[in-house]
Design a protein around this ligand. Structure first.
Ligand SMILES: Cc1cc2nc3c(=O)[nH]c(=O)nc-3n(C[C@H](O)[C@H](O)[C@H](O)COP(=O)(O)OP(=O)(O)OC[C@H]3O[C@@H](n4cnc5c(N)ncnc54)[C@H](O)[C@@H]3O)c2cc1C
Length: 287
């Protein structure tokens, strides 16, 4: 089923994001938790496309298992960075073969150890080009990424929104945001996106704080952490379990407020953690 159909029902959509385990780790470590995730009744689960390449081959396999073995609707992430046209078309063919109808189309990041990476080596320079290509190659529902605080490479927010509009015009059905911790950013972004003529659903992506590693993650992606959260992370620096619990409470409140404010759904970055995901949904009063 195409996920664009879900948004027509006018109800709030719950989705989870999982990532493929490293190649040396058996797939079962993730698959064993899928029945538990299914119990939480997500509308779909998305599977990331491994940055750096080592887990890329597993994305289609996991998405297919979610859909064809567990009966959960799936969305496969796909990045174009460094890929030739033939490689992209090969992946699209695999997705069609596995009956996966939903793609989160992304540019992707260059390898960490290659700061001077030449993006022109791949067939597509930006996500909008990949989106236009996917549109031509098959009947897929296409999602794309949105950055409430601007993409980390972007010089100006207005410029970033212009490129976002271009991406949507290329054929995006809905957008999923990068993680953020201050809901005002989301609601203000909705207003600015509407002014830019972006009218598709914009689903907030929420990542609970599971550990103090969040600081590195946000620094890399250009997301801000509100002072209140910095203090919280600092307070529980020597007590990871207390930090996890406080992070779950915070995420629960954040989700509740987003849904009460009319967000079209929630995309939860689960980090493959079933227990914490279950606790977050409970804290949000959702399951
Ligand atoms: C919900 C979500 C899921 C993600 N999943 C993955 C994943 O599975 N695997 C992974 O590797 N990464 C993932 N990422 C990270 C993403 O790949 C990076 O943030 C990447 O740097 C940008 O990808 P994009 O598709 O947003 O790029 P684009 O939309 O192409 O934008 C990239 C940069 O170029 C600028 N730009 C865009 N178009 C133009 C243009 N025409 N001319 C000039 N500048 C332009 C933008 O402002 C931005 O600064 C995800 C991000 C999000 C928010």
């Amino acid at each position: 089923m195409k996920l664009s159909q879900l948004f027509l029902d006018n109800r709030q959509i719950l989705s989870f994001e999982v990532f493929p385990p490293k190649p040396e780790v058996p797939l079962e470590t993730l698959l064993e938790s899928i029945p538990g995730f299914r119990e939480l009744s997500p509308d779909y689960i998305s599977v990331t496309y491994g940055a750096g390449g080592s887990t890329r081959g597993r994305t289609v396999e996991i998405a297919s298992t979610l859909k064809n073995t567990f009966g959960i609707e799936a969305m496969a992430h796909l990045t174009c960075v460094g890929h030739s046209m033939e490689q992209i078309d090969g992946i699209l063919e695999n997705l069609k073969r596995e009956n996966i109808e939903n793609i989160l189309a992304l540019r992707g990041d260059p390898p960490i150890d290659q700061p001077d990476f030449d993006f022109s080596r791949g067939a597509f320079r930006y996500a909008n080009e990949l989106i236009a290509h996917i549109k031509k190659q098959g009947d897929f529902c296409i999602a794309a990424a949105a950055y409430l605080e601007g993409h980390v490479d972007s010089r100006r927010l207005a410029e970033d929104r212009k490129w976002l509009r271009q991406k949507v015009d290329a054929g995006v059905d809905f957008l999923v945001t990068q993680l953020f911790f201050d809901n005002r950013l989301y609601f203000e972004f909705l207003d600015r996106a509407a002014q830019e003529g972006i009218n598709c659903p914009i689903v907030p992506g929420v990542m609970p704080i599971f550990s103090s590693r969040i600081k590195t993650m946000t620094a890399r992606s250009g997301c801000s952490i509100p002072a209140q959260l910095v203090l919280m992370i600092d307070k529980y620096h020597d007590s990871p379990e207390d930090l996890r619990k406080a992070g779950i409470e915070y995420a629960g409140r954040q989700i509740r407020e987003l849904l009460d404010g009319g967000a079209p759904g929630i995309h939860l970055y689960t980090m493959n953690r079933l227990k914490s995901t279950t606790e977050v949904l409970k804290a949000a009063g959702l399951r």
